[in-house]
Ligand binder design. Sequence first.
Ligand SMILES: Cc1ncc(COP(=O)(O)O)c(C=O)c1O
Length: 378
Amino acid sequence: MTNNDPSPDTLLAQGGHFIDSETRAIVAPIHPSTTFGRDERYETRGFVYARTANPTGRYVEALLARLEGAEDALLFGSGMAGIATFFETLRRDERVVAPRIMYHGSADWLRRLAERRGIDVAFFDASTPGSLEEVLGAGDTTVVWIEPSVNPTWDVIDVRATARAAHAAGAILGVDATVTPPVTLRALELGADIVFHSATKYLAGHSDLTAGVLATRERDARWQDIHSARTGMGGVLGAFETWLLLRGMRTLHLRYARQAANALAIARHFERHSRLAAVLYPGLESHPGHAVAKRQMRGGFGAMLSLLVDGDAALARRIATRTKLFVPASSLGGVESLIEHRATVEGPHSATPANLLRLSVGIESADDLIADLEQALA
Ligand SMILES: Cc1ncc(COP(=O)(O)O)c(C=O)c1O
């Protein structure tokens, strides 16, 4: 975003206006065409075949790039398609450093690359000061990959400090900012080189499509390679889903503000609850990452939190079946509230505490959500 750009709220609300200059329609058109004709000089208008680029996609990618302050952005058919494409560009002699606790799909994919492709993958402990520097010092790292709010414990990683450490070690910093969309955290401004979102979550916001996005500080050689890998592996987002994503994004700022306010109300209410061992939410002053979260996030502390029940996995799972409004289901970021026992879905590699219940807070009434959790805990 340049200094003359409107605020993200305005960019989002007006996303898609006047793309069709002939009609000045305020809703973006969909271009389902997979192929594009050449003119009398055998020239294209910039589009050849939809697996490389599609006009609906290019428009939404440009909007995402503006929101992130990026030079370019690329959409993918799911978040994991974006992550897998990014890591596909790593060469055999590269080394990746990532937090031990993070989204399990990314961790599983990194382990697979380590086993099958010989890429050196090392994990650091995000809650131990000095752990990142120690792991960086143990090898020649090319990529550091983090989540600013670590899923699902919500430990906070200082993006600016991590960027400094990564760059000092000669590595680039990639940030999975899925739970901290650009209305709250702008990773490139904080020093990251690549920012990723599962657009399935807050960007789309209605649990009705899967999508991913990568955005880059620079259109460098790695970025060209990412684009080639997307074309080669074919993980593009279809035109209809792209359009639906744009429709969802137009209310991102409103949804996210309400969801974050609801999450804070829930966290405050349950902070000292007799049935709970802890509430993990960076918006609570008692949270060890509160000060960093306050520095790097705007307008709230996100809409994800976790409850540690005072008991074992069986008790946690039982509570997750007793809620009437919170739906026991995977995923996050939609307008509806979800509850999930993460250790169950993460499987044998899970490093998540067995008594942890993850909440994705929606836009319902905070009072109703609190009452629902109270009755389930009772
Ligand atoms: C933090 C994070 N990153 C990446 C992903 C993967 O995205 P998708 O499910 O859209 O493939 C998820 C999905 O839950 C996620 O929560």
